[in-house]
Design a protein around this ligand. Structure first.
Ligand SMILES: [Zn+2]
Length: 267
């Protein structure tokens, strides 16, 4: 059906797309509990972890005074994670990954603060070595710690390609085996699990840094540490790094199944 000028002038586009985004949200909420063991756990442990981070960023256990620069950074990361979860529930998977990419930058920056005591002052002064995500990553690579950087070059490049830079090699909104773009609003298990794991990854590192950089009562620290451990354990293996291999294997299996069905039909 061709759209005439009158229809386009109304808010018909939003009305229609919001309808199926809302439907996607309801279907996603229904589907996650049935997506194995890890995906539902990742979501619930993330909620617990975000509750701690939100409270830490809001001085819930005492105000340290000062400029609240670290608290504000944690607050921003917390909000991005909430936004990323919201977007994945609506079927905006690439867009959710873009927010997780930004949280990857926050995770790396916070870990630079842990490793290099002069970095916070440089960050507050706007120094390039702390304002450039590449410089921050390179600085963390120098520590030869297998945990560092929290978001390495490979993960950052993939998240950038799919979520932020519109790389020609990635089809938009194509979280399916055939790599076919699908209008956001269609629940896709692959997109849901991928986005959940990618929200969780930097968030755990952000939370570890938050517990070191913000003074907290011991019992809160202990409970928050447990939430971080639970979050780590709930993250599944399907992520932005394993995605290409997984899809290639799925396509191979599909091609084989089609071949076999054609052989059966021919007999
Ligand atoms: Zn305060």
């Amino acid at each position: 059906m061709a759209l005439d000028a009158e229809t386009l002038n109304k808010t018909e586009f939003f009305k229609r797309t919001w309808e199926f985004e809302d439907k996607c949200e309801a279907e996603t909420d229904k589907a996650i509990p049935a997506m194995g063991v890890k995906a539902p756990q990742a979501l619930s442990t993330m909620g617990r972890l975000l509750a701690y981070l939100d409270a830490i960023a809001s001085c819930a256990w005492g105000c340290p005074g000062g400029d609240h620069a670290i608290e504000r950074l944690i607050f921003r990361a917390c909000n991005r994670a909430r936004g990323a979860v919201r977007l994945l529930r609506l079927g905006f998977y690439d867009e959710s990954l873009m927010l997780s990419r930004a949280n990857g930058e926050a995770a790396n920056l916070l870990w630079l603060f842990l490793k290099d005591k002069t970095a916070i002052a440089d960050w507050k002064a706007g120094a390039r070595r702390t304002s450039s995500p590449v410089e921050v990553r390179k600085a963390l690579e120098k520590f030869s710690d297998p945990m560092l950087p929290p978001v390495d070059q490979e993960r950052y490049k993939l998240l950038s390609g799919i979520g932020a830079h519109s790389d020609a090699g990635f089809a938009p909104a194509a979280h399916n085996i055939l790599d076919i773009p699908v209008s956001p609003g269609e629940p896709l298990e692959q997109g849901i699990v991928l986005c959940l794991n990618e929200v969780a990854h930097p968030l755990s590192f952000i939370a570890i840094a938050a517990l070191v950089l913000v003074k907290l009562p011991d019992d809160i620290k202990k409970a928050a540490k447990q939430a971080i451990v639970d979050q780590f354990l709930a993250v599944g293996s399907f992520d932005i790094k394993s995605r290409a291999d997984y899809l290639a294997k799925q396509r191979e299996a599909l091609a084989k199944a089609l071949e076999e069905s054609e052989d059966t039909e021919g007999t």
